[in-house]
Design a protein around this ligand. Structure first.
Ligand code: AMP
Length: 403
């Protein structure tokens, strides 16, 4: 079975075509600048050179058509015809409280995703455009949706409720949902497999630290708590997002600086975090380089980032009454030995002993970076959200065929 994975944004669409026999990626690519002139399609067929094509792509229906054209092209295509695409899986940011796992797309599912537009106004409408664009291009192909929030639906109410008037939860569903669920789910499974232990027996903290960043407390294989909240703004300090701040700062700043709701939202989401404190960049590579060159603001940003991450790991160790596995993933987690070292060196009391040599090794494989004597196993596990989306889609379609 061949599964096409799609991550549709408002002006972009990323794709991967998987052959599920061996879970190999036949091709991947992205369409950028949808709705603008000079839209760009970048197509990377396995084993062949990358292709770039610039044309005018005004909406998602055409974007998906261009993807199919690329996949079936006689030179840089990887399949003979679009009939070889057996299923399509979509990444959906918000599944609210309704979706606790991945599902096949039906009229009811589409209705529910639309109902959730309020909770994810930047993401869910774009994902919906991706679903309808696939429907128009591949009307007979089953589609599945995989939600960033679904993995965290196991959180107890002590984790997901905010201590604010309860009517707000009843009326508006204001609660913690958490995000990066596909990634936390994937890396926790990979970590257990690497350790040769049943996932259900582990107390794990998973740190997905990339441009966006979140920690998850994973108890017996289920999400017990996570640092992102009703939106992806809460929790850790991120590239451009503040993470946790005193909520009273918002009305105070709006009043003093005469900011509108949109402006304060933009300040906290786009102009805070690492970029605000370093004054240099949101990118950990540039911050680490500047810090090594003696830049004090870069060092402060790095130290705050690490400090806040350590606090969450400690909090989740307390929440689960212990921890036996710590996992790092995503851009910073997979690549920054400096961040991993600074974090681990500050929480040795938990039973963490980092092995500096192992930590310095660069690899695309899951690996242990703690010493053999370390009571808590510290792992680096490269995330692969697309593969999990392909797997869920494959399983759902296979189950539907056999029922
Ligand atoms: P992601 O959102 O998972 O793609 O992560 C992107 C972020 O990973 C970038 O903004 C960088 O800050 C970080 N990153 C990638 N490579 C490195 C590296 N070699 N060292 C430190 N940070 C890195």
């Amino acid at each position: 079975m061949k599964v096409l994975v799609i991550n549709a944004g408002s002006s972009s669409l990323k794709y991967q075509l998987y052959d599920m026999r061996d879970e190999s990626v036949l091709a991947s690519g992205r369409v950028e600048r949808i709705g603008m002139d000079s839209s760009i399609v970048t197509h990377e067929p396995a084993g062949k050179p990358e292709v770039r094509d610039v044309s005018e792509i005004l909406e998602h229906v055409t974007a998906v058509k261009r993807v199919i054209d690329m996949l079936t092209h006689k030179e840089h295509g990887v399949i003979g015809s679009m009939n070889e695409i057996d299923a399509v899986g979509h990444r959906i940011v918000h599944g609210g409280e309704v979706f606790k796992s991945s599902v096949l797309v039906t009229q009811d599912v589409k209705l529910e995703i639309r109902r959730l537009f309020d909770l994810a106004p930047l993401h869910n409408p774009a994902h919906m455009m991706g679903i309808t664009a696939v429907e128009s291009n591949l009307p007979h192909v089953p589609q599945a949706v995989v939600f960033d929030t679904a993995f965290h639906q196991t959180m107890p109410n002590t984790s997901y409720l905010y201590p604010i008037p309860k009517v707000l939860y009843r009326r508006h569903k204001i609660r913690r949902y958490g995000f990066h669920g596909t990634s936390h789910s994937y890396v926790s499974g990979q970590a257990a497999a690497y350790l040769g232990m049943p996932l259900k027996s582990l107390k794990m903290v998973s740190c997905h630290i990339g441009n966006g960043a979140s920690c998850a407390a994973i108890l017996n294989g289920e999400s017990f708590d996570t640092s992102m909240g009703m939106t992806p703004l809460e929790g850790l300090m991120m590239g451009t997002r503040s993470g946790d701040i005193d909520p009273a700062i918002v009305p105070f700043v709006m009043n003093k600086e005469e900011l509108t709701l949109n402006e304060v939202n933009s300040m906290l989401n786009k102009h805070s975090g690492m970029i605000a404190i370093s004054g240099i960049s949101s990118d950990m590579r540039e911050i680490t380089e500047a810090m090594e060159d003696g830049d004090k603001n870069a060092k402060l940003a790095f130290d705050m980032y690490v400090y806040r991450l350590k606090k969450y790991i400690g909090a989740y160790a307390a929440a689960m009454n212990g921890i036996d596995t710590l996992v790092f993933t995503a851009g910073v987690g997979e690549n920054s030995a400096a961040v991993r070292k600074a974090v681990c060196e500050g929480i040795t009391f938990l039973g963490i002993e980092l092995d500096d040599e192992r930590n310095a090794i660069r690899s695309k494989e899951a690996r242990e970076i703690s010493k053999d004597s370390s009571r808590v196993k510290v792992l680096v596990v490269p995330t692969n959200e697309e593969l999990l989306i392909a797997r869920d889609t494959y399983e759902l379609v296979k189950a539907a065929h056999s029922s």
